[in-house]
Design a protein around this ligand. Structure first.
Ligand code: AMP
Ligand code: DBH
Length: 567
């Protein structure tokens, strides 16, 4: 892998450089300010295991309760790293990890951190389209899966992907490995593990929500991500007594780092891995494990808020719930604290970096009406118009940001980077925000072509490209329409070929599902139209489609309440 020399500051658009990085003067500033502490993930785990070996780091409650002390997690990560190394996995290699919320997920990523191999964080919901792309684009050497999860046969998927991906040498399986390798058999003597990665090097590839088709990959370094963790810990009050319930998929940036299970491990607390996010699963765990903190997306917060008052479970240990990933309505935000009997904190973050939190000492109105302010005094925020000119203070505009934990470019994507970053390194978030006099941001909307389906991001183009392969389809446009529960749901406008036999919405949905794509990307609604609204220059007008959708009487009626995000 082509690595940029230390702090050379490879700009986002340099071809041949995998991971654009911070210019030397910025890196120096962030180190001098104490943001970048020169630590690595592997090193932090070792230190915690030495300082408090017998404290419980992790609890995986299902199907039978398992725990890992810091010493046990550290040892297993070492032995697994040695086993991976013996199978030829080394520094800089990419490994696609697709595991549900289980202890093995944490073991695997720490083993890879130790080696300097880069986990690529797939979500359990991803299917052949996404996984084959992650494996081929990153030239992954290995793929880690459960045998089955949520009724899905991951082994069969792994076999197909392995056939399609020449670089993929190994599939590691939690459970029955079939023709592949059981993760439980990966073990080695760690005494001659190679030297680990350096703090300024890339630790993993996180996924972007995507706007232009498939997700972009986000290279995060040890230094920058660790700063976002301990910065989040200070804001959220995470310490060794924190017991954090991971209800969203553990590979997602929010439950990983805001402050998430990695933040909690940094602080020496305990992470409890929740196998599913619904109250029937989570509430008994809150009671049994005396959970103090958790984080979730707005639709799930609504479900919890409705369920808590009538619940027989004791939720009194809960001190703080973080809500973010999509806009949380003020009305819903007002209901959370009384229903759950704990504090609310809003969080507006992105896997590319910048994370904003309301603060524990903010007045209650600020907590329910804003999405918080940045972690760092060195997070630079610009709010600009379409020509990149700063809007007057308090006005709406595009949010641009640069700072000590915001990437300077996506992995191997120079052309995309030229559009997503300014020349001086600001990331174009695609969000429309305004800033209050206290410096808190209020998310007002979005300029990017992305649908935020209750925190799950859908790139319309990716779904459109699939529908376009249907032989009866002439053209398609996928848009988001307002939804009380999810914030937005997806609607596919389809123009059929003149000679095509009539189709029903269900056929289109089935076609998308069978193409092998994450279920949350399957359109919620399908509508057949004769033509799309056009913009002035003859392009399909997504804005026009959205307003058509908002005003037209829906013949389809309101669909049944969509399920909350699943693992
Ligand atoms: P991603 O780039 O996939 O990590 O998604 C990050 C995006 O999610 C942000 O750029 C926002 O569009 C959206 N987002 C995250 N948190 C919030 C929030 N609290 N309110 C509104 N939008 C949010
Ligand atoms: O939506 C997100 O990606 C997100 C939301 C809240 C995030 O990455 C985060 C906090 O860190």
């Amino acid at each position: 892998m082509t690595a940029a020399p230390l702090d050379a500051g490879a700009p986002a658009t340099t071809p041949g450089v995998d991971s654009p990085t911070w210019p030397a003067e910025f890196a120096e500033r962030y180190r001098a300010a104490g943001h970048w502490r020169g630590e690595t993930f592997g090193g932090v785990l070792r230190e915690r295991a030495t300082a408090h070996p017998d404290r419980i780091a992790l609890v995986d409650p299902a199907p039978r309760r398992r725990t890992w002390t810091y010493r046990e997690l550290d040892r297993r990560a070492d032995r697994l790293a040695a086993g991976f190394a013996a199978r030829g996995i080394g520094k800089g290699d990419r490994v696609v990890v697709q595991l549900p919320n289980t202890g093995e997920f944490v073991e695997v990523v720490f083993a890879l951190f130790r080696l300097g191999a880069l986990p690529v964080y797939a979500l359990p919901a991803h299917r052949e389209t996404e996984i084959a792309y992650f494996c081929s684009f990153t030239e992954a050497v290995a793929y880690v899966v459960p045998d089955r999860h949520a009724g899905f046969d991951h082994l069969a998927l792994a076999t197909k992907v392995k056939e399609r991906t020449p670089t993929l040498r190994e599939v590691f399986v939690v459970g029955d490995p079939g023709e592949h390798t059981a993760l439980a058999d990966v073990d080695g003597d760690p005494s001659d593990l190679p030297a680990g990665p350096l703090p300024h090097e890339v630790a993993f590839l996180q996924l972007s929500g995507g706007t232009t088709g498939l997700s972009k990959l986000i290279p995060r370094t040890h230094d920058d991500y660790l700063y976002s963790l301990w910065g989040s810990n200070e804001i959220c009050g995470v310490d060794a007594d924190t017991r954090f319930l991971v209800v969203l998929p553990a590979a997602h940036n929010f439950p990983m780092s805001s402050p998430g299970w990695l933040g909690v491990l940094y602080a020496g607390g305990t992470g409890v891995l929740c196998p599913a996010p619904d109250p029937a699963t989570a509430f008994p765990l809150i009671e049994a494990e005396r959970i103090t903190m958790t984080g979730m997306v707005p639709p799930l917060a609504l479900v919890w808020t409705d369920a808590a008052p009538g619940s027989a479970h004791d939720l009194s240990s809960l001190e703080l719930v973080l809500v973010g990933g999509a806009k949380y309505s003020e009305a819903a935000a007002r209901r959370l604290e009384p229903a759950l009997g704990c504090r609310l904190m809003q969080v507006f973050g992105m896997a590319e970096g910048l994370v904003n939190y309301t603060r524990l000492d903010d007045d209650p109105e600020t907590v329910v009406t804003t999405q918080g302010r940045p972690i760092s005094p060195d997070d630079e925020i610009r709010i600009v118009d379409d020509e990149d000119r700063d809007v007057p203070e308090g006005g709406f505009g595009h949010l641009l940001t640069r700072g000590p934990y915001t990437i300077r470019g996506y992995w191997r994507a120079p052309e995309h980077n030229a559009r997503s970053f300014t020349e001086d390194g600001f990331y174009r978030t695609g969000d429309i925000v305004r800033r209050t006099p206290t410096g808190h941001l209020v998310v007002e909307g979005r300029a990017k072509d992305q649908i935020n389906r209750g925190g799950e991001k859908v790139a319309p183009e990716e779904v459109e490209n699939i529908i376009l392969t249907h032989p009866a389809v002439h053209d398609v446009s996928v848009v988001g329409v307002a939804d009380d529960y999810l914030g937005e749901r997806t609607l596919a406008y389809v123009i059929l070929r003149e000679d095509a036999a009539p189709l029903k919405p269900v056929h289109v949905k089935k076609f998308v599902r069978e193409a092998g794509i994450a279920a949350y990307k399957v359109p919620d609604l399908v509508e057949f139209v004769d033509a799309f609204p056009q913009t002035g220059i003859g392009k399909v007008s997504k804005k026009g489609l959205r307003s058509t959708a908002a005003t037209a009487e829906r013949q389809t009626g309101r669909p049944r309440r969509p399920r909350p995000p699943q693992h």
